[in-house]
Each structure stands twice: as structure tokens, then as C-alpha cells.
Ligand binder design. Structure first.
Ligand code: PGA
Length: 241
């Protein structure tokens, strides 16, 4: 695992966007998993600008959404669907058949999980996975205490996720479960980038990178990955410098 420290969120976003564009230039049919949330939003916009500026062909990319809140409508601004449609699908000019998102209303969420696992397997695995880190150390909805060796699964959201998650919603929203790729996907991805920005993440980043590798701190799993980069801005990196 490598650590890269960038000046600020803008530089961090440019760096991560450059990695996505570079990946697609090198391998046009890449399978890329991306997180939604505040951290990757700017990166997604820079990717859109670079696609237009450099005329990069994203027409063979498969884009996989990292997770979704179960039971939250795709039209809700706080849903991951809303993020991927507005920040990725349209701006990156992808076709509908190129983007694969968990259905928040799947009749059987476990079947939905197996479908996602199968899709990733059939495409030859994830080439690049870009994730963030939650205030409790989660990646996607891999909450503290869940095994590292899970593929897609349904997770009960912990207290921190249920309260921090309110920031994405206009109104107070009951959040109980999520559907997510598992950390086994991350361990098997050919390359992983974890982005963290801002002083609020300073403690959790330090614990993930310098504390024990444990299922109680999901992001610590990255230290078991041979091709992982943690991209931090200076504020988030203050306790790992
Ligand atoms: P954020 O979310 O990018 O909105 O901080 C990170 C996460 O919870 O994984």
C-alpha cells in the first residue's frame, strides 16, 4: 500500500481523476467500481471535463456503483443512484448498459448481490476500485465488525453511518440497511484507490493506516492489498505524516 499526500481536495480530485482516465486510455474495456459521496464528487466532474478535453473513449467501460441505501428511491437526492446518474452516467456520456447499480428495491436483495458478484466475475474482475472512508472506517457499507472475506451483501448500518448519512438527504431519513460490494472484491481488485479529504477524517485515517489490521476497522484491509494507493489531502493526513 502506498500513501500519496496532496495539498488539498482539488489536487486530490485531479490526481484520482487522472488515474481513472489513464486506466481507460490503457485499457478501454476496464471494469471500474466507484464510490458515491462528497469525496469523489469533484473527481467525477474532472473526469467528465477530461473526457471532453482529451477525447477519451469511455464507450467500453463497465462502471459499477459501490453501494446503495436499501429502500431509498433512486429519485431521492441522497441515494447513490442519484449520484451516479448525475455525476457519472450523463457527464461521462456512458450508455445505460454500461452502468451497474444495486437496486434499492430488489425483491430479494441476496439475489441482487449474487447478480452483481456474477457480473464482476464474468467481466474478469475489477480493474480499478475507487473508494472513500466513512467516519467509522467503513468502505461502502462494509461496517466495523463485518468479515473481510465477503462479496456483495446486505449490511445493517451502524449508528455512525445512520447519523453521518443524513448529510446526503434534504429531510431526516430513516437509514437501516445498505447493499454493498464486499471487501473480498476490494482484495481481489487489480488496483484500489482510497481517497480521504478534510480534518474530520484525520483520526479515522490514522487508525486505518497505523492501527491494527482488524475487521473492527474495515479500511485497514487496504494494507493487505499489494496495489493500493491511499490518496489524502494534507488535512486528512495530519496524523500520518
Ligand atoms: P464521504 O463518504 O465521501 O461523503 O465523506 C465517505 C464514506 O462514507 O464512505
Amino acid at each position: 500500500m502506498k500513501i500519496e499526500i496532496l495539498d488539498d481536495h482539488e489536487t486530490l480530485s485531479q490526481q484520482a481523476a487522472g488515474r481513472i482516465v489513464g486506466q481507460v486510455r490503457a485499457q478501454p474495456a476496464s471494469v471500474i467500481c466507484c464510490a458515491s459521496g462528497d469525496t469523489p464528487r469533484r473527481m467525477c466532474r474532472i473526469v467528465a471535463d477530461e473526457i471532453a478535453r482529451q477525447h477519451v473513449d469511455f464507450g467500453r467501460v463497465a462502471l459499477i456503483g459501490l453501494d446503495e441505501w436499501l429502500g431509498i428511491d433512486p429519485s431521492n437526492e441522497g441515494s447513490c443512484h442519484y449520484f451516479f446518474r448525475n455525476e457519472v452516467l450523463h457527464p461521462w456520456k456512458l450508455r445505460e448498459d454500461q452502468i451497474h447499480l444495486f437496486d434499492a428495491f430488489a425483491h430479494d436483495p441476496l439475489v441482487e448481490c449474487r447478480k452483481m458478484d456474477q457480473l464482476i466475475r464474468e467481466r474478469g474482475g475489477l480493474d480499478l476500485m475507487i473508494v472513500g472512508i466513512g467516519m467509522n472506517g467503513h468502505i461502502g457499507f462494509n461496517e466495523p465488525g463485518q468479515p473481510f472475506d465477503l462479496y456483495s451483501h446486505v449490511a445493517d448500518l451502524d449508528k455512525t453511518t445512520r447519523s453521518v448519512g443524513q448529510k446526503y438527504f434534504k429531510e431526516k431519513t430513516v437509514l437501516t440497511q445498505g447493499i454493498t460490494l464486499g471487501l473480498q472484491h476490494l482484495l481481489e481488485a487489480k488496483e484500489v484507490i482510497l481517497m480521504a479529504s478534510g480534518s474530520a477524517k484525520v483520526d479515522v485515517v490514522a487508525r486505518a493506516l497505523t492501527g491494527p489490521v482488524t475487521e473492527q476497522m474495515p479500511a485497514s484491509v487496504l494494507r493487505r492489498h499489494a496495489n493500493a494507493t491511499v490518496m489524502l489531502d494534507k488535512e486528512a493526513a495530519a496524523r500520518v505524516l
